[in-house]
Design a protein around this ligand. Sequence first.
Ligand SMILES: Cc1cc2nc3c(=O)[nH]c(=O)nc-3n(C[C@H](O)[C@H](O)[C@H](O)COP(=O)(O)OP(=O)(O)OC[C@H]3O[C@@H](n4cnc5c(N)ncnc54)[C@H](O)[C@@H]3O)c2cc1C
Ligand code: SF4
Length: 338
Amino acid sequence: MINFAYARAGDATDAIRLMAAAPGAKFIAGGTNLIDLMKVNVERPARLIDISRLPLKSVEETAGGGLRIGALVPNSDLAYHPLIQKRYPLVGSAILAGASQQLRNMATTGGNLLQRTRCAYFYDTATPCNKRQPGSGCAAREGLNRGHAILGTSEHCIAVHPSDMCVALAALAAEVHVLGPKGERRIAFADFHRLAGSTPERDSNLDPGEIITAVELPAKGFAANYSYLKIRDRLSYAFALISVAAALEVENGTIKDARLALGGVAHKPWRRPEVEAALKGERADEAVFARAADLLLHDARGFGHNDFKIDLARRAILRTLGQAARGEPQSQSDKKIR
Ligand SMILES: Cc1cc2nc3c(=O)[nH]c(=O)nc-3n(C[C@H](O)[C@H](O)[C@H](O)COP(=O)(O)OP(=O)(O)OC[C@H]3O[C@@H](n4cnc5c(N)ncnc54)[C@H](O)[C@@H]3O)c2cc1C
Ligand code: SF4
């Protein structure tokens, strides 16, 4: 373990001030990802700024009918919050598909957004990795890439974003509230995470010194017709090979509104507005879902070990849209299995 200095912030403004005074410092919230990365020498912050006690732990309804979730709301509290269960069950299902109960008790809303990729080469400092050490190469392209991206890849990095919750937040078009040295701003969820491009070391569009203060959900939660399906090597405690968040508004068998996002396939949750637009006004049937899947996966390409993910994603999309249309989410099937 490396040596580091430690400071505890009193409020969000104090956290920004402490960060500005110590370039190379990192915020620590639940610590479930950052501490692991420090143990393997991937993250080496000179100073940790503890934000875990900041007063950002409430879930409040907004004037516009949405929900404002404080950045330090633990993943467990959020998943079981009555307003999430009633109005945004897609978010609750996605959270509960991730990690373990103990981890979810520690993990925070803001930390979940900024957790780093699980690419094994990123964790292994003996191998080249452009994300860990820009310019060193990408060991995954010619290496073991079974869990890697099939969409939006670059020659510099084919890693995927590992979060489940973020796939649901992407589908519901959440907004991220941030505070930084230049003041407050909001970032649309679609613009929060980045594709790897030529700068895979940057996961998000958060500027240096900025802190996430909240995530806001819009009024529309698609609580009647939704499903989150996560395909993984084990039923629990494993990251997604493919995940699908589907949310529909269906009237007399016709799709009035649609949301579709994929996890485990790209450097960020993968959502394409043109695919959702193509679903609107169509019958909620398998032929329409198949066309949507083909459109969403049109540019997918594998790197050898992960070629199977393209067909897996297609079948997962069909299944999840069907579950959403019938009002039978995957979380209900999971309960039957248990
Ligand atoms: C064994 C294991 C299995 C897991 N399985 C899954 C899974 O299946 N699905 C899934 O989605 N996740 C999974 N996770 C990941 C887990 O959800 C994340 O580690 C967790 O959400 C991170 O939150 P945290 O508060 O602990 O973040 P921390 O570890 O404290 O921080 C993570 C990063 O975010 C930054 N940060 C934290 N909060 C803020 C903020 N408010 N503003 C600015 N920067 C901030 C930190 O500086 C750090 O860079 C797993 C983790 C483990 C260890
Ligand atoms: S895929 Fe990205 S994270 Fe993995 S080795 Fe390549 S550059 Fe590093």
